[in-house]
Design a protein around this ligand. Structure first.
Ligand SMILES: Cc1cc2nc3c(=O)[nH]c(=O)nc-3n(C[C@H](O)[C@H](O)[C@H](O)COP(=O)(O)O)c2cc1C
Length: 163
């Protein structure tokens, strides 16, 4: 490997750059509170258990999303399709006024139109760790489009999967 770093303290930028070499899909997490619907782009999503069906997302402890999920006790994971790069940026704080009619209702939560897959979960466990909180959810409903092609995030860039 060309870049080998051994340090007593690892700065956040170096940590992010190194972990960013791990290619992920991209999701938008959505939830609903009395104040309204909220979405946030998250790549830190994983499936945890099949039986029972558990998933996990890692959400920054300074995000607006964290207290909203804690209040609602529920969240939806919307897996973005290759064509949804604008959605990823919009829900990461770069508001795009051109995106309208974003949500439809599914089991009492807002979910994204055209998502490649949607998982609706009840929050069952929280793990506070560093500057993030792991939110473990029990999946109650799911839906997926087998033909959807995924949006991929790698080294700070969006891309797709080449067959
Ligand atoms: C591709 C991508 C992936 C991201 N993944 C995460 C993540 O896994 N966890 C997280 O806390 N923030 C993640 N972010 C940053 C949040 O989307 C961003 O801070 C957002 O504005 C927070 O929203 P909120 O404070 O309105 O809830 C990601 C951003 C991008 C563009």
């Amino acid at each position: 490997m060309s870049d080998t770093l051994t340090m007593d303290t690892i700065d956040p930028r170096t940590m992010r750059d190194c972990c960013g070499r791990f290619a992920t899909g991209v999701t938008v997490i959505t939830t609903r509170t009395p104040e309204g619907d909220h979405g946030m782009t998250v790549s830190a999503f994983m499936s945890v258990s099949l039986d029972p069906p558990l998933i996990c997302i890692s959400v920054g402890n300074r995000s607006k999303m964290l207290p909203k999920i804690q209040a609602s006790g529920r969240y939806a994971v919307n897996v973005l399709s290759e064509t949804m790069r604008d959605h990823a940026l919009h829900f990461a704080g770069r508001t795009n006024e051109g995106l309208t009619d974003l949500f439809r209702d599914q089991h009492g939560l807002p979910v994204l139109q055209d998502a490649g897959a949607v998982l609706v979960a009840d929050l069952v466990q929280q793990v506070e760790t560093g500057d993030h909180v792991l939110l473990i959810g029990h999946v109650r409903h799911l839906d997926s489009d087998p033909a959807a092609k995924p949006l991929v995030f790698h080294a700070g860039q969006f891309g797709g999967v080449v067959a």
